[in-house]
Unconditional design. Structure first.
Length: 445
């Protein structure tokens, strides 16, 4: 019976060349993330123990600050460029070239804005300013992530995986050497920038290995106007998203202490490290979803519902597991100085339910040309997060920030969808997905 069940599952999963290609793509991405996840957690433990809660808090405060303005280097082009490459493969050189120039100019703008904003903050810790400026240099190299859009549109993520894996391994080796050499926080920040540069060079090499030439890319003003006219809502929405993702650490640093930021960052690290799973699954399915939309809208919606169900069940299982394992994991890995991270993790992890489904929602909004709603939903989450943090952080510190995060994620990625008729269909699909455990129990028993 088990063999028959396994055979049916294999037959269903590998029934068409398209499904085989998607699953191969996901396997490469999962392999990459599995290896880098293990190495990342190991180095995170070593770094947190080496720096201690206060210095670890300084480092994560600086990273959170840089992340907010990193949006200017991506310009919300990711999903739009992939969609254009899928629909207009003969114009790939123009699409990629224009996207690269826009992202490069955006990365330079992000550094300028970071310098202006960071100087307005009154930091008692004088090492924060130069640390933020140093980390922001990684945004320039991120312009070369444009190459990854080509591979994503072709469902050939194995090449992106190879580049990412090699750059990450080199980064972790160098970081481990610095930790055991008791290097300063400045040198640790330099390795972060180094990883971005290495990844950019490897991506270019992988692209050339496909007999493609970056120097053949073309920039067109009309194409740039077309991309920006569609991406500006996504740029604004990305600011909203990153605010409710990272503003908690900045507000903790401003309203409490660097030590509290360090304790909170350990919990957030364990919670957010899983967010790659929905992104790689949805990224692999996105090109095929676009094609199914052209053939049959009913089939398109059916596939989206199944994907929502899958993402929700995965997030639910993760949240339950981490709730029970948070205390032994934190205490055994990070030690007694970070023991308060456990309760924060057991709360923060429940945001993954909405984050997992949000990965699909973001692609759906692009497919349906509903870019403005990406901005509206993210902005609602950012506003709720800011308000809740102002009330909860002074009284509850990191625990209050975790509660604010879960509530704001639910507002941005679920509740806000019911306030407009064009997005309510996704809200209903998410509701069905949230009820999927009950549905499956009723179906089978």
């Amino acid at each position: 019976m088990n063999q028959n069940l396994a055979s049916r599952i294999r037959e269903k999963l590998f029934s068409t060349p398209e499904k085989r290609k998607i699953l191969t793509n996901i396997s490469w991405l999962m392999g990459d993330k599995g290896i880098t996840l293990a190495l990342s957690l190991l180095l995170s433990v070593l770094l947190a123990r080496y720096l201690g809660p206060e210095q670890f808090g300084v480092y994560n405060y600086a990273l959170a600050f840089v992340s907010i303005f990193q949006i200017l280097s991506s310009l919300g082009l990711n999903g739009i460029v992939v969609r254009d490459l899928v629909e207009l493969p003969n114009q790939d050189k123009e699409i990629l070239g224009t996207s690269f120039v826009l992202r490069f100019l955006g990365s330079l703008l992000s550094i300028v804005v970071t310098i202006i904003i960071v100087t307005l903050f009154d930091h008692t810790d004088k090492q924060i300013l130069p640390l933020i400026l140093l980390l922001s240099l990684s945004n320039v190299a991120s312009a070369f992530q444009t190459v990854s859009f080509y591979f994503e549109s072709k469902v050939l993520s194995k090449y992106v995986v190879k580049a990412h894996l090699l750059s990450q391994i080199s980064y972790y080796i160098l970081l481990a050497i610095l930790i055991f050499s008791e290097a300063s926080l400045t040198f640790i920040a330099i390795t972060f920038v180094f990883q971005s540069v290495v990844n950019a060079l490897l991506l270019c090499f992988m692209y050339s290995a496909q007999k493609q030439q970056i120097f053949a890319w073309k920039f067109r003003w009309n194409r740039a106007k077309s991309l920006l006219s569609r991406s500006w809502p996504l740029i604004l929405s990305s600011f909203g998203a990153i605010i409710y993702l990272k503003i908690d650490q900045i507000m903790l640093g401003q309203m409490t202490s660097n030590t509290e930021v360090g304790v909170y960052s350990v919990a957030v690290r364990f919670s957010e490290v899983w967010y790659f799973i929905p992104n790689l699954i949805v990224a692999s399915y996105f090109p095929s979803l676009l094609k199914s939309r052209e053939k049959s809208y009913q089939e398109y919606n059916t596939r989206i519902q199944k994907l929502y169900d899958l993402l929700m069940l995965g997030a639910l299982g993760l949240s339950i597991a981490m709730t029970f394992l948070s205390s032994p994991l934190i205490n055994s890995l990070y030690g007694q100085y970070y023991q308060n991270s456990a309760i924060i993790l057991s709360i923060h992890i429940w945001a993954s339910i909405f984050i997992f489904m949000r990965a699909l929602l973001s692609k759906w909004l692009i497919a349906e040309d509903l870019y403005i709603f990406s901005f509206v939903t993210h902005s609602s989450g950012a506003i709720v997060n800011l308000i809740l943090n102002l009330f909860l952080i002074p009284s509850f510190g990191g625990i209050g920030a975790a509660i604010a995060t879960v509530i704001s994620y639910s507002v941005a990625s679920y509740v806000s969808l019911f306030f407009h008729p064009r997005t309510i269909i996704s809200g209903k699909m998410m509701t069905i997905a949230l009820l999927s455990p009950i549905r499956y129990i009723i179906k089978h028993y």
